[in-house]
Design a protein around this ligand. Structure first.
Ligand code: NAP
Length: 245
């Protein structure tokens, strides 16, 4: 797919990987719609004449997500690409006192329920186009969990299987489902932790390449090794990942 003139909606386009993706999409001359939480960051982005439109939505609130998809369907009946990128990660142990039910709900809603509801709400518009693409930003942690962030790993594992499930429900001529599985990336999400992180630019470029080159599952950088290790010896892969906090 050539992205020139194609309308693309990206969630979490105000920071990290999403922000770099917005820059790449603009370079490809796509018409970019950005969804984010912070009104202030969206306001700043909207000053760029190359951005088509911005929408504020708290994706952890399912009712807001449903309203957003209704609004987008009305305002943008020509939407061709949806990128479910927004996400949060609470780097805590499941039974820690800070791991409250509110925190668990907001992580599950943002990382898993929101992509499902947004996809469901926008499918009628997407599948009307001659070519439509859905991109889900999951993680290497969808394959093998690390020590902390059990909820995060669970949501990414869910998104991984959801992407596969949708891929078998739709003919790729109607809807092409792409999943991106990055390793640790140097963004505000991972500030103060992790080592040897890759740049968000690298993930953004791989994502654009996946959209324009008919890719399905994209194992970015070190995630490729994890994929093969997990296939050869899941026990070894788990031993390795356990050390990452
Ligand atoms: N960084 C990594 O190491 C890594 C690795 C693998 C996968 N990923 C995945 O890549 C995606 C992007 O992560 P990132 O590292 O770029 O994170 P980031 O820099 O923290 O950016 C997260 C984005 O998601 C938006 N967002 C978060 N909660 C939201 C909510 N409730 N409603 C609306 N928007 C919300 C944020 O908007 P505001 O700025 O307005 O809050 C921001 O634009 C996530 O799905 C993450 O799981 C990241």
């Amino acid at each position: 797919m050539n992205l020139h003139g194609v309308k693309v909606l990206i969630t979490g386009g105000t920071s990290g990987i999403g922000l770099k993706l917005v820059e790449e999409l603009i370079r490809e001359k796509a018409k970019v719609i950005v969804v984010g939480r912070s009104e202030e960051k969206l306001q700043l982005l909207s000053q760029d004449q190359q951005i088509n439109s911005v929408y504020a939505c708290d994706l952890s609130n399912p009712q807001e997500v449903i309203r957003l998809s209704e609004k987008i369907s009305q305002h943008h009946p020509d939407l061709q690409v949806l990128i479910n990128n927004a996400g949060i990660q609470h780097n805590i142990l499941f039974a820690e006192a800070t791991s409250t039910s509110e925190l668990i709900q907001s992580e599950v809603n943002t990382n898993f329920l929101a992509p499902l509801l947004l996809t469901r709400g926008l499918l009628p518009v997407l599948t009307k186009q001659t070519q439509a693409v859905l991109v889900n930003m999951s993680s290497g942690l969808a394959l093998t969990p690390k020590f902390k962030s059990a909820v995060y790993c669970g949501t990414k594992g869910g998104l991984h299987i959801f992407s596969k499930a949708l891929r078998i429900q739709y003919d790729p001529q109607t809807l092409r489902v792409i999943e991106i599985l990055p390793p640790a990336v140097d963004t505000p999400m991972t500030a103060g932790r992790g080592r040897k992180k890759i740049s968000p630019e690298m993930v953004a470029k791989k994502t654009i390449h996946a959209i324009t080159n008919q890719k399905k599952e994209v194992y970015v950088h070190k995630t490729k090794i994890l994929y093969w290790l997990n296939r050869l010896s899941p026990t070894l892969a788990q031993q390795l990942m356990k050390q990452f906090k």
